[in-house]
Design a protein around this ligand. Structure first.
Ligand SMILES: Cc1ncc(C[n+]2csc(CCOP(=O)(O)OP(=O)(O)O)c2C)c(N)n1
Length: 571
């Protein structure tokens, strides 16, 4: 029989039972009883106090992405919850399992617009279409186990995503004998046998098939089986936007990433394919070339869409075949398809797709700082299984283009990047990864604008010893004195009219990092990068490398000068 204890303690016990050993957050007086629960159970679970709720919610999101298990974040009422919104939105768009707990005013004060009161069902509720799968307020301490178990199931089942549980202050301070429920094991859905037979028939009729894989919820076993399926059918495989680690980038079937800055040759193949197998990915703006490579609502290509969420199937496209299937078993389901009796007729098409991918690694030399060489050097020196993180900005294009991610069956997820395009994601994601997997090296690449949104989490890293063990933590800040992505769009649409996109008076990032207790170095030229990064991999603490990039170097493919000239030429 469970003894009486504070509801705040019972909640922490429930989290421990769910396999959570780390929670991220910023404290608030609204949930003191939970903080006391963390104190009570300090040997089994830790609360990482972050410096901003945006950082905390990004860290929990990254935890969910890495572990495939809900990341957990605690924030206080209105102001804390408002700050945390960015991580919640990212978890929704990225289909990442996450549970956000929010302290709430006491029940007796509700609906008075009491201090910092918000109605989270209205703010984050499913009706807002894009913040949370479910928002609930726990009124009775005795029902905490039910709510926590449901939250974990909901976060993982179907299309994974974030759930919000709201905790009235007076509920948390009542006593309860509520039991601790066993760990939630998510149900895994398998596609209908008839749908798999139809898929086989469509493959048998195809001339130029192309698989686009990604999404959240893959298990290592499922990813391995996916590779077997692709091998059996000799399919070219592209990875969806910021799901580049779903399929092994070193594999001969790999065709490249289908996202922002897509290899134009691969974009051509998406358009020319006669059968697209979209496996696990949402058919969103970034994966469809702004809904152009696949025409809306009826693509020219035959389209098969496999996804875990019923609501995602048929959302935009009238596909030819829909399969509802959890990604934890999708590979095994596809691998049951009996392979073709003879070698498929698209061998040249598949080989061509991989050759295009390889050719896309060739880069023109840029001076004085060559970002392609920077990324290639990182990959050459960083240990196997290194986790890469980034936020939003043109700088990420070099990472996406030149990094060869391992398939997630080898080292789990190694790409932590927001499909939501949220700036500021990379630093907290890197800190979370370094804290959760101290044996793994973590490399963050951030823009100057991007870094300054969440750079205060360098302190969180130091406070908890991130990057001080076997695994190193390195943040590479690409400082071009500009919100470069926006400048790029400006030069295209309003050439020569620079407005709001300059970043004047940036700090000395290396000095800033040192102030946080990080090692730091400045890099102005390509040749300086390798020794600086090698030293970072030897350091006994985290390191920031401050790179100065000419703002004219806009992307891995073009310059601002060229964009402006082209825009003027268009008239
Ligand atoms: C939180 C957030 N605010 C604004 C934007 C819009 N946005 C996208 S990229 C970008 C500029 C990024 O600048 P920086 O990090 O310096 O990278 P760069 O593009 O210069 O490489 C902005 C403002 C966003 N994606 N996310």
């Amino acid at each position: 029989m469970t003894t009486m204890r504070l509801a705040g303690h019972a909640l922490v016990e429930a989290l421990i039972e769910q396999g959570i050993d780390t929670a991220f957050g910023v404290p608030g007086e609204s949930y003191l009883a939970v903080l006391d629960g963390f104190y009570e159970h300090a040997g089994r679970i830790r609360f990482i106090a972050c410096r901003h709720e945006g950082g905390a919610s990004f860290m929990a999101e990254a935890q969910g992405k890495l572990a495939g298990w809900p990341g957990v974040c605690f924030v206080t009422r209105g102001p804390g919850a408002s700050n945390a919104a960015i991580g919640l939105h990212t978890a929704f768009q990225d289909s990442t399992p996450m549970v956000l707990f929010i302290g709430q005013v006491a029940g007796e004060q509700r609906d008075r617009e009491a201090f910092q009161e918000l109605d989270y069902r209205q703010v984050f509720g499913p009706g807002t279409l894009g913040m949370a799968k479910w928002v609930a307020e726990v009124q009775h301490a005795d029902r905490l186990p039910e709510y926590v178990a449901r939250a974990f199931h909901m976060a993982m089942q179907g299309r994974p995503g974030p759930v919000v549980l709201v905790l009235p202050e007076d509920m948390l301070t009542t006593s309860t004998a509520a039991p601790v429920l066993p760990r939630a094991v998510p149900a895994q859905a398998w596609p209908a046998p008839g749908a798999l037979r139809e898929l086989r028939a469509m493959l048998a009729r195809a001339q130029r098939p192309l698989a686009i894989v990604g999404g959240s919820g893959w298990s290592a076993e499922s990813a391995r089986a996916l590779q077997r399926f692709a091998e059996a059918w000799h399919l070219p495989v592209g990875c969806g936007f910021r799901f580049q680690d779903t399929f092994d980038n070193r594999h001969a079937l790999y065709a490249g990433d289908v996202g922002i800055g897509i290899n134009p040759k691969l974009a051509g193949r998406v358009c020319d394919a006669d059968l697209i197998l979209a496996i696990g990915v949402r058919l969103g703006e970034m994966t469809t070339g702004g809904y152009t490579h696949l025409a809306v609502p009826r693509p020219a290509q035959k389209l098969v869409h496999l996804h875990a969420g019923a609501e995602e199937l048929g959302r935009v496209y009238a596909a030819d075949l829909l399969l509802q299937c959890s990604l934890g078993v999708a590979g095994q389901a596809l691998a049951t398809l009996e392979p073709p009796p003879a070698a498929p007729r698209w061998a040249d098409w598949t080989a061509g797709a991989h050759a295009d991918y390889e050719a896309n690694h060739d880069a023109p030399v840029v001076s004085p700082l060559d970002m392609a060489q920077v990324v290639k050097t990182v990959q050459r020196l960083a240990p196997v299984g290194t986790v890469y993180t980034n936020g939003a900005g043109n700088y990420s294009g070099w990472l996406h283009r030149y990094t060869r991610y391992f398939g997630l069956q080898h080292h789990g997820r190694t790409q932590l990047a927001p499909t939501s395009g949220a700036m500021g994601y990379g630093v907290p994601a890197a800190v979370a990864a370094a804290l959760l997997y101290p044996e793994r090296t973590v490399v963050n690449i951030a823009g100057d604008g991007d870094f300054l949104m969440t750079g205060q989490e360098l302190a969180t890293a130091r406070a908890h010893g991130a990057g001080t063990g076997v695994g190193k933590l390195v943040s590479i800040v690409v400082d071009n004195g500009s919100y470069g992505t926006i400048r790029m769009h400006q030069e295209r649409e309003y050439p020569g009219r620079v407005s709001g996109s300059e970043l004047r008076a940036n700090p000395d990032f290396a000095a800033l990092a040192r102030a946080y207790g990080w090692y730091a170095a400045r890099v102005a030229a390509t040749a300086e990068f390798e020794p600086a990064f090698a030293a970072a991999l030897e350091a006994d603490g985290p390191t920031l490398l401050h790179l100065r990039l000419d703002p004219d170097v806009s992307t891995s493919r073009t310059t601002l000068t060229a964009l402006r000239a082209a825009a003027f030429a268009r008239g």
